[in-house]
Ligand binder design. Structure first.
Ligand code: GDP
Length: 298
């Protein structure tokens, strides 16, 4: 991810090397090139506009440092703005005062929710928690089974309706799972919900009903970082339809252009909390804006 953007930016910075000082014309030309590089990386237009405005203002401003040459100054400004676009500080999970902490996952089908549910359960178990995974995707025939496989791999119990029990209501499953967690002394409940291939009113209504039933402490929106410009509409729909408290970027190991990763914080107003970086259940990291910005700048 971000290889093209990294290459483009480093090409732009190279052109500034050897310049004694930057004229306004240099700043404008550089800003134009950065703008193009971001747009080509599929970063959403409002994000690009805000980014370029900040870069120009700071580069023209008086913050001329003796220690940095013009190229280094621009790199520093772009780095700082990238960190800002990615959310500034990393944010940790908010735990409930009275357990269990309920974490609901929402997102489109194929975004990586079920995989991330397993990854998060594994992470939290490794920190000494006793998580419970809950299968509320009763739409896709194989979804419950997929979560059970994932749960088995990380050694975490999966709460799901018994086959043939007649319980086909995901809201009921979600509600019952919290009661079960309390009885079984699980301190974290991770609720995997059903997605669709596109934005769908019924899916949103179901996710909202599950949310109302379990009152999650965190509602994490899982988005495939490879989706490009569609990310904005999807993120807005989940922000408005379900309400989200954090974002999980999945498939950051892919070779797409990465615009979703750079747009979703701005669009949702919520922090990116985790990065999912592969198909293995250990391929997950707490998201650090600073590290990601440094990686993009190479
Ligand atoms: P869900 O429909 O949102 O629950 O999505 P899944 O968890 O079933 O993931 C959809 C597909 O993406 C599966 O084939 C996963 O193995 C794959 N996947 C999930 N997360 C990642 C990731 O971080 N990197 C890669 N390369 N593949 C992933």
């Amino acid at each position: 991810m971000f290889d093209t953007l990294s290459d483009r930016l480093s090409g732009i910075f190279t052109k500034l090397r050897g310049k004694g000082r930057l004229t306004d014309a240099d700043v404008d030309a550089t800003a134009r090139e950065i703008r193009l590089a971001l747009l080509e990386a599929d970063v959403a237009l409002p994000v690009v506009k805000a980014f370029i405005h900040a870069v120009k203002t700071r580069a023209r401003g008086a913050e001329v440092s003796q220690a940095l040459n013009p190229a280094q100054q621009i790199i520093k400004i772009v780095h700082d703005e990238l960190v800002g676009v990615l959310g500034g500080e990393a944010r940790r999970l908010q735990f409930a005062k009275h357990p269990p902490t309920v974490i609901m996952l929402a997102g489109l089908q194929g975004a990586g929710k079920t995989t991330f549910a397993g990854k998060l359960a594994g992470l939290l178990k490794g920190q000494g928690h006793q998580p419970l995974l809950v299968a509320c995707d009763l739409q896709r025939p194989n979804a419950v089974n997929q979560l059970q496989v994932v749960g088995e791999r990380v050694g975490v119990e999966v709460y799901a309706p018994q086959p043939g029990s007649g319980v086909g209501d995901p809201v009921q499953v979600a509600r019952d799972s919290v009661a079960h967690a309390t009885r079984a002394a699980r301190d974290i409940v991770i609720v995997d919900t059903a997605g669709r291939l596109g934005i769908d009113g019924e899916m949103m209504a179901q996710a909202a009903a599950i949310r109302d039933a379990v009152e999650p402490d965190e509602t994490l929106f899982v988005i495939d970082a490879m989706v490009g410009q569609d990310a904005v509409a999807t993120a807005e729909a989940f922000r408005d339809g379900v309400g989200i408290t954090g974002v999980v970027l999945s498939k950051l190991d892919g070779d797409a252009r990465g615009g979703a990763a750079l747009s979703v914080r701005h669009v949702t107003g919520q922090p990116i909390m985790y990065a999912s970086t592969g198909e293995k259940l250990t391929d997950v990291d707490v998201f650090h804006p600073e590290r990601m910005a440094s990686r993009i700048l190479g």
